[in-house]
Design a protein around this ligand. Structure first.
Ligand SMILES: C[S@@+](CC[C@H](N)C(=O)[O-])C[C@H]1O[C@@H](n2cnc3c(N)ncnc32)[C@H](O)[C@@H]1O
Length: 286
């Protein structure tokens, strides 16, 4: 069985080592190495935000077909194509399309394992979307009335001179009622029926690995805003990299006043890596 449902308090505990958390994003103590790296990234982050450079919308060349897939991956992708009536490769290059099937597969497997009803419509917000390369996945899976991707470093410039925003415009150009904005979700106030967060930062090292300054690392503020924006019936869907990260994220969600409705580990994702942990959260009953 490639998915294991995680029982509450088994595997993913509800508390993380306290050294990794502080409840109100108060200043932490970082090593000299972390501080130097953070200063360097801060320079480029601020430079990018001030410049807000754009070379115009970037459109990927479609792969037309996915070739050289192993038997199992091909079978799973063909099943997703039939079930959701999608062909990501018609709009994206091969690697992007493969990653899109991978994210769709994660959602599909989690929904099945947790026996969740499929929702349709509503406002879906994605937190920390990078260049929103997976917007079409969220569109396919949730069929939202409105889809929003929000990314704090949306002006980052790639080697080809295009920015994340340029890419995002290309990825969402054919998706109805979809937008991408550059901003900090922690200060974004708007009700949502579904909020998704794929691999949110819950410890400082991934922030630096993503070439971001540590000043943007404020998980308590971020998770609290998710809880505030979520409608009473709404769902927060979080994907973490492995159980250790999921444990820390679980604590943050609980501190923000969210209640877990289910969690599972995708043990055999399409793209081999540390098994993603999907957890589903709702508002606490008040
Ligand atoms: C680990 S990356 C994951 C990117 C993307 N979700 C994916 O799956 O490819 C986390 C992203 O969250 C963004 N981020 C972090 N804090 C944020 C905030 N407060 N508001 C919006 N985006 C944020 C980062 O800039 C980064 O792009």
């Amino acid at each position: 069985m490639p998915v294991s449902v995680i029982k509450q308090n088994a595997g993913v505990q509800d508390h993380a080592p306290s050294a990794l958390l502080n409840s109100h994003d108060t200043p932490r103590s970082y090593s000299i190495r972390q501080l130097l790296a953070s200063r360097y990234h801060a320079f480029w982050y601020v430079f990018g935000e001030r410049l807000a450079w754009s070379r115009g919308m970037y459109r990927e060349h479609s792969a037309e077909q996915l070739e050289q897939l192993s038997g199992i991956a091909r079978e799973r992708i063909e099943r997703l194509q039939r079930h959701f009536d999608v062909r990501f490769e018609e709009q994206a290059r091969r690697l992007t399309a493969f990653k899109q099937y991978d994210y769709l597969d994660i959602l599909e497997q989690a929904w099945k394992a947790l026996k969740l009803p499929r929702s349709r419509g509503g406002v879906v917000q994605d937190v920390g979307s990078s260049n929103f390369w997976y917007a079409s996945v969220l569109h396919t899976f949730f069929r939202p009335t409105e889809l929003l991707g929000i990314e704090i470093e949306g002006h980052r410039i790639y080697i080809n001179g295009h920015s994340r925003l340029d890419y995002a415009r290309g990825y969402i150009q054919h998706l109805p009622n979809t937008q991408f904005i550059v901003g900090d979700y922690a200060s974004y106030v708007r009700p949502a029926d579904i909020v998704t967060a794929w691999y949110p930062f819950v410890t400082p090292d991934p922030v630096l690995a993503w070439r971001m300054p540590l000043s943007v690392f404020a998980p308590h503020a971020l998770f609290s805003q998710i809880a505030r924006n979520l409608q009473p019936h709404g769902l927060f869907i979080m994907i973490n990299q492995g159980r250790d990260e999921a444990t820390i994220a679980t604590s943050l969600c609980k501190k923000a006043g969210l209640t877990q409705q289910g969690s599972c580990e995708i043990r055999a994702p399409l793209r081999p890596r540390l098994p993603p942990v999907v957890s589903i959260w709702g508002q606490s009953k008040r």
